[in-house]
Design a protein around this ligand. Structure first.
Ligand SMILES: [Zn+2]
Length: 335
């Protein structure tokens, strides 16, 4: 095991998860000593804001850079991934602390310090400090549409592939591999996978939230998205980039990384059939058709993915052609 000279781990200061707690936002903000919060919301989550709000239209960096924040001492993001990423980015830009109030369980971004933005010509991944507070109203999140719950599940299942890619990077390039964080990620995976048949029940959503909080916490401990994002995330990001270039909207992050994990587990020569089973037994898609991704688009994304980021993954070790990708898709029953 490598021992570094210096470890800096950052975790959220306070996590509040409970029923009806969304009505306690102001009280919680005040409890932490803030007096002038600004709420970053979307059109659908504006109703949860108890004070001065800014509505964000998208998580395009160019759009967020035009926002002029009112005088404030803390930034509170309320909503799904887009609003939370916007709040994190505005916090990073202004140096003000931030609070996350997720209303959907759609990815580990609800509890992580990583920021994922779109730009006019691609994507931008940034890392920030964790939020001061994460406040999750269980009643609000449990009402999420089915696909958003499945998306959060797919994001946790993707750790099966991302942790392996991290270990591979360590073996091949000597990059640091954190045993604590990798075990935390594996724990988060096992925690929700064990209850997969009950995922779409209140119990299942509760367990999912715990796994997402653990996974987001792991990113803070590592101060990098490395443990949580490997080849399966690169493929999903590439799908999004190609779609945006074609003027289309990106799909749900967790569904894309979940299904892509079947493919990357195959490349890793690991138990892709098991991944497929834990997805399907939870009600999560396992085919490209179910997530509205054309096989040709998927093949383009696989070929583009390794160039998106300087991050060693299984994609650096396999010689893939479009034809080979399409053959594998048939073999793993993704088409
Ligand atoms: Zn993710």
């Amino acid at each position: 095991m490598d021992i570094k000279d210096l470890y800096i781990m950052e975790l959220p200061h306070r996590i509040v998860l409970g029923r009806g707690v969304i009505d306690r936002i102001e009280e919680e903000v005040e409890r932490l000593g803030f007096r002038r919060p600004v709420y970053i919301v979307g059109r659908y989550t504006a109703r949860y804001s108890p004070g001065e709000s800014v509505i964000v239209e998208s998580s395009m960096k160019e759009h967020l850079d035009t926002i002029d924040l009112p005088d404030s001492d803390v930034i509170v993001g309320i909503g799904g991934g887009k609003n939370l990423d916007a709040a994190k980015y505005l916090s990073l830009k202004t140096g003000k602390p931030y609070i996350l109030v997720p209303t959907l369980p759609s990815s580990d971004g609800i509890a992580s310090p990583s920021i994922s933005l779109y730009t006019e010509d691609g994507r931008l991944s940034l890392i920030h400090s964790p939020p001061i507070l994460i406040l999750i109203d269980f009643d609000v999140v449990a009402r999420s549409p089915r696909d958003y719950i499945l998306s959060g599940y797919g994001d946790v299942v993707s750790k099966y592939s991302s942790v392996y890619d991290w270990w591979l990077g360590h073996r091949r390039t000597g990059e640091y591999f954190g045993h604590l964080t990798s075990r935390l990620m594996v724990f988060a995976f096992n925690h929700v996978v064990k209850d997969r048949r009950r995922l779409l029940t209140p119990h299942g959503v509760h367990v999912l939230l715990e796994s997402l909080i653990l996974s987001g916490g792991g990113i803070g401990i590592q101060r990098s998205s490395r443990p949580a994002s490997g080849s399966e995330h690169l493929i999903s990001h590439a799908i999004d980039i190609i779609r945006i270039r074609n003027g289309e909207r990106p799909g749900l992050h967790g569904l894309q990384v979940g299904v892509s994990t079947v493919f990357t587990a195959y490349l890793q020569r690991r138990r892709w059939g098991y991944v497929r089973r834990v997805l399907s037994e939870a009600g999560h898609p396992t085919t490209l058709e179910e997530i509205h991704v054309d096989p040709d688009l998927f093949a383009d994304a696989v070929l583009l993915a390794p160039s998106l980021r300087n991050r060693y993954t299984i994609l650096n070790e396999v010689e893939l052609t479009r034809k080979k990708v399409l053959t594998i898709l048939e073999e793993v029953e993704m088409v």
